[in-house]
Design a protein around this ligand. Sequence first.
Ligand SMILES: [Zn+2]
Length: 324
Amino acid sequence: MKKLLLLSVLIALLSCGSNNVSTFATEETATKYANTITPLDLKKHLYIFASAEFEGRKTGEPGQKKAAEYLKNFYIQHNIVSPYGGNDYYQTIPTEHLLPGLNPSENVVAYIEGSEKPEEIIVISAHYDHLGMNNDKIYFGADDDGSGNVAILEIAEAFQKAVNDGNGPKRSMLFLHVTGEEKGLLGSKYYTNFPIFPLENTVTNLNMDMIGRVDDKHINNPNFVYLIGSDKLSTELHELSEEINDKFTQLDLDYSYNNEDDPNRYYYRSDHYNFAKNNIPIIFYFNGTHEDYHKTSDTPDKINYEVLAKRAKLSFLYCLGSSQ
Ligand SMILES: [Zn+2]
């Protein structure tokens, strides 16, 4: 009931077109912060994150460690704190929680404390590991899931700007870059088994895994995203997601893969599922499959940065709206 009330307050604020810029929930302020998420910034990060330097970011390998360092340095530079405090942005996963033969690995975490309900947490996640290298060939993983990681960086930066202006979210945000996804959702499994914040207080998980491309079905309408899971555990989540998109981003929300009968079963195949199985409502944002999926040709030049920015904005604005 509480969420429904919050939803109607947000909609009332949006629909009256208030020009009270000190209220985070107004259309004007929401747009202002969302617009700091730009195609150019996403591109700049992704050309580094999915470069040869990171060697395909294989779990436990030097390339993954470099990617973790890149994420951590971004948060330090932007004064976005760690939930652990200090410069410790890693949730280290001991080898016994990984597969045999893997080196220890780490989730990367950053945090913005809510102003009024800091104990309530929204987790925004993406996996930053990928397939590594095969002989001399690098699996760059630009879409899978470099796209989700750079989106989180930009979302976190937008939130921090809002905080700096005194317009921060009322609920807390945890930015969670998980490792070990390609090995079996291991990083998100570890997080939900050993959560930094109690799962009872974790109100939503938004997971982005492959959000930078346009699949064949939408070749003539790239302004889309597949949403999976939004209505499974919470109708409020689904309704607010729709409202926010209608108001701000106007993406074509494609629910084809949300069907229980869909043979791909994507609802069960990325990190959000570890939250969903703990009864936490989730939204999985996804661009569908393409010919470069899990190939060395998944490179940053093939990303549609305009639509990546829109999808990141949708996720940011959802957090903003649901946090009021
Ligand atoms: Zn992935």
